[in-house]
Ligand binder design. Structure first.
Ligand SMILES: C=C(O[C@@H]1C=C(C(=O)O)C=C[C@H]1O)C(=O)O
Length: 421
């Protein structure tokens, strides 16, 4: 049952949902959740082996344009209100759950936004493992056959080549220095082409293994391992992990530690970071009764890069769902810029490509509205034998186009390596 929100009213079939706990004796025998996924339309949200995987489509909705979040949220309220749910687990992520991915832009473009209710979901949190089925679906908890690697993969420039993109970055710097705006995030794309359709489980398994501290996702062709949590709502607690400010790792631990110290004191990176934190704190404030916004960022170590990071936390004031909070936060200055409207307009004017679902909320939500929405970074979109990869960089006054190009290369590494090695 796929619907287009805002269209004609259709008769909705109420969903019959059942969540059962996998007995502790069997839970240990369920291996990595990512290994349970079938090749056909797998859904994934995993970190350190915990999270949710799903498959099959019990219901879905597609939305576009400036009302894409509110249309999806309305559909979810209606869907949850109609459903019959038996849930013996009652953890965030048990019972009725949807996965979702949204477009970056308000402009209708090549991609749309989507919420999908899988027929089967398997969740793991600590020692708990549960299975949710919708309707007559049955769940198999055995590993599926291993996916094959992409065949004969080649990479090519996307919309702009490196020198063209550096010209765009230089133009943005001149606009910042002229006082038009303070920060803009500019992205670029690469196109990977295989000789046969690509099985998303290949990069997913590799990303989950190589980037355990990131959230490894796949929703409707969009996949990646993001280090950035736009918003999580769990039983009244709202948290967000804001990243901005990046240094490439060298592979030499001692040099990387020195780089981490440099990053923590780099005024350019601290400025870029401050804009991102402020945008999240200001957007969350109306929805929280109290908030904690640390004054100083920490350095997040990933295998390819180091980031300045700040964990913002708040207590939810009212009943806004995690998706409504994500809509209020998107796009934060970590992926848009400051001021947001000027940065968004300049992105569409000079970036030269359609971001699709890159740099927009991706994640899941349950019937209570609890959920996690990451920012779809370190990501790609699979379409048959083609993958479009994305990477972007925060630009402030004084940013060097050559250094930003190198930073974007480092941000392509997770998906690039996951496809090839
Ligand atoms: C835009 C991306 O990353 C964002 C930009 C960063 C930066 O410019 O330092 C760091 C983390 C992310 O917030 C990306 O990975 O594509």
């Amino acid at each position: 049952m796929t619907q287009t929100a805002g269209g004609t009213s259709e008769v909705r079939t109420p969903l019959d949902v059942r969540t059962v706990l996998v007995p502790a004796s069997d839970a240990a025998a369920v291996g990595a959740l990512v290994d349970l996924l079938p090749a056909e339309a797998p859904l994934s949200w995993l970190r350190r082996g915990e999270g949710l995987v799903g498959w099959g489509v019990a219901a879905s909705v597609r939305t576009t344009g400036p009302t894409r979040f509110s249309d999806a949220a309305k559909w979810w309220s209606e869907t949850t209100a109609l459903a019959t749910v038996t849930d013996e687990v009652e953890e965030p992520g048990s019972g009725l759950v949807c996965f979702g991915a949204f477009t970056f832009s308000d402009e209708p473009g090549s991609a749309d936004s989507v919420l999908i209710v899988p027929e089967v979901i398997v969740g793991r949190r600590g020692d708990l493992v549960w299975v949710t089925t919708v309707g007559d679906a049955t769940a198999s908890l055995t590993a599926t056959t291993a996916p094959a690697p992409p065949a004969d993969l080649t990479f090519a420039d996307g919309a702009l080549n490196g020198p063209q993109w550096m010209t765009v970055v230089a133009h943005a710097v001149s606009r910042i220095e002229a006082g038009d705006l303070e920060k803009i995030v500019l992205a670029r794309d690469l196109i990977a082409e295989a000789s046969a359709p690509i099985d998303p489980r290949w990069p997913l398994r590799r990303l989950a293994a190589s980037y355990p501290t990131c959230w490894t996702f796949h929703v409707d062709g969009l996949f990646g391992a993001t280090p950035e949590m736009l918003v999580r709502r769990e039983r009244g607690l709202v948290t967000s992990r804001v990243l901005a400010g990046t240094i490439r790792r060298t592979g030499d631990d001692e040099r990387d530690l020195a780089l981490a110290a440099m990053l923590a004191h780099s005024s350019k990176d601290l400025e870029e970071h401050e804009y991102a934190v402020r945008s999240v704190a200001e957007a969350l404030e109306p929805y929280c009764s109290s908030m904690n916004v640390p004054e100083t960022p920490f350095v997040l170590h990933l295998p390819n890069v180091l980031h300045l990071a700040t964990d913002v936390a708040g207590v939810a004031r009212d009943g806004e769902s995690s998706l409504e909070l994500a809509a209020a936060l998107h796009p934060s200055a970590a992926v848009g810029g400051t001021p947001t409207p000027v940065a968004r307009a300049l992105i569409s004017e000079i970036e030269g490509m359609d971001r699709g679902r890159y740099a927009a909320p991706v994640g899941w939500m349950d019937a209570t509205g609890d959920g996690e929405w990451g920012i779809a970074l370190r990501s790609g979109v699979i379409d048959g034998a083609t993958v479009r990869l994305f990477a972007g960089c925060g630009i402030v006054g004084g940013s060097d186009p050559q250094a930003e190009l190198a930073e974007s290369q480092a941000k392509f590494v997770p998906v690039r390596d996951a496809l090839t090695s």
